[in-house]
Write a protein that binds this ligand. Sequence first.
Ligand code: PLP
Length: 266
Amino acid sequence: MQEKQYTVALSIAGSDSGGGAGIQADIKTMSALGVFATTAITAVTAQNTCGVRLVQAMPPEVVRAQIEAVLEDMSVRAIKIGMLFSTPIIEAVAAALKPYAAEIPIVLDPVMIAQSGDPLIREEAIEAMKALLFPLTTLITPNLPEFAALLGEAFDEEQPSHSMEAWLQWGAKAVLIKGGHSHDTSRVIDYLLLTEQQQVQRFESPRIATTNTHGTGCTLSSAIAAFLAYGYDTIEAVRRAKEYLTQALKQGAERRLGKGAGPVHH
Ligand code: PLP
């Protein structure tokens, strides 16, 4: 009998009890795309569609042990990093990933504040994320507010390549600036900066009119990781992941769950 291999990805992220974002969104996305999802939980959140009630960070050694247990046993083809919460957790993730970063593509979603307005990282941990994790990543996926917080200035759509040098100096090979928070009501434009090649790629998709957007960032970054796991290059992985997210938003647009912002549908 011929053996069939799994295509495996690892999500390092926080748990969302409401099932819409975080680890839960990552597992749903990767599974929908045929990728076997493994996980390392960084924090447990008690949340629903209305907001985050409580965050309990995992002990850093527990985060590290989860990552090492998976990576030492399975052939992981791509890694997605989401909510990190604190400097000690970032240090643990960096230490665990360092031996693998040259071989395995890593997508970092620099999660800071939930759509509900609740903080998902401690302010002082942002510098640690830049210093310890940016150099290990294949792609970083900030939305517009995250871009501004990281760079100290707003993204200039007239000159998308303006910030390329800064990102390159931080060790970022590629940055996807997600336009979902822009005021354009008809379309969403994302820019992919391939810093080493000094290249900019523009992606345009229709804006789906829905309030069911909880977990969009998690869904996109784990879909990109899934397509990288299949061996697509960064540009093609982003293109396919955006297509997946647009379809998921369309399919979930008319659904209702909870009293707040509903989840992306998988
Ligand atoms: N909760 C967890 C655990 C997350 O990782 C994230 C986003 O990454 C969120 C909540 C926020 O999701 P959203 O901003 O889409 O509501």
